[in-house]
Design a protein around this ligand. Structure first.
Ligand code: ATP
Length: 214
């Protein structure tokens, strides 16, 4: 394994889209890592009350999205875990797999920054991996105050250091899930094999926005 490290990228991927692929590739280039591991989450801790496409289907779309691209790997490690899939557990899984010396980077979009204070054992997480952030349209990173009592100054500075200048792409899975039942095209928003898979399997036809249960 390349000593420069691995970029881990977890998400609901419901569905995976070109925004995910472009920002992760750009982040990998900037960090000098030679591998990106895409990790579909089973039960995202912050989205537990929502309905999602079956995990195995989301996983299949991720595989199809990056088939033939040697930069990417896909891991189903979170799908076999009971309960919520915590990022810290996943980082530890990869440290065990590749050894504690190999740097691990964990990629998030800027819209996830405000959620970080609520992440499971965030203080431990920022010590055990490097959190890197991709910009996202409409999500300025301006909420560092809320980290004051949660992370120390060194940890906050490290988060700020790894705000990457990745392409700003206004693509979201929510928009894709809305477009399909509205009869709007999702061409160029998702890789072609994913678009075909969605069509062949009638995904999202009656699945507008990720409805709340109850
Ligand atoms: P949804 O619309 O269902 O919330 P999403 O498009 O945000 O989905 P997720 O699978 O939830 O996709 O995202 C996984 C990670 O990728 C999150 O950290 C999110 O911030 C980031 N991300 C997703 N799309 C983009 C984008 N276009 N630019 C930057 N980051 C993104």
């Amino acid at each position: 394994m390349n000593e420069k490290g691995i970029l881990l990228f977890g998400g609901t991927f419901d569905p995976i889209h070109n925004g995910h692929l472009i920002i992760s590739r750009s982040a990998a280039e900037q960090l000098g890592v030679q591998k990106i591991i895409l990790i579909p989450s089973a039960v995202p801790p912050h989205k537990q009350n929502k309905i999602f496409t079956e995990a195995e289907i989301r996983l299949e779309m991720v595989h199809r999205a990056v088939e033939g691209d040697a930069l990417f790997e896909v891991s189903d490690c979170e799908l076999h875990r009971q309960g919520p899939s915590y990022t810290l557990d996943t980082v530890r899984y990869f440290h065990t797999k590749y050894g504690p010396e190999l740097p691990l980077y964990w990629l998030i979009g800027a819209d996830s920054i405000p959620e970080l204070p609520g992440w499971y054992h965030i203080q431990q997480l920022v010590e055990e991996c490097t959190l890197v952030t991709a910009g996202r349209p409409g999500s300025p990173c301006c909420c560092w105050d809320r980290f004051q009592n949660i992370l120390d100054a060194r940890q906050i500075a490290r988060l700020q250091k790894y705000l990457l200048a990745t392409p700003l792409l206004d693509i979201s899975a929510t928009d894709i899930r809305r477009r399909v039942p509205s009869g709007l095209s999702i061409r160029y928003l998702v890789p072609e094999p994913v678009r075909h898979f969605i069509r062949q399997n009638n995904l999202y036809v009656s699945f507008p926005t990720g409805r709340q249960l109850g």
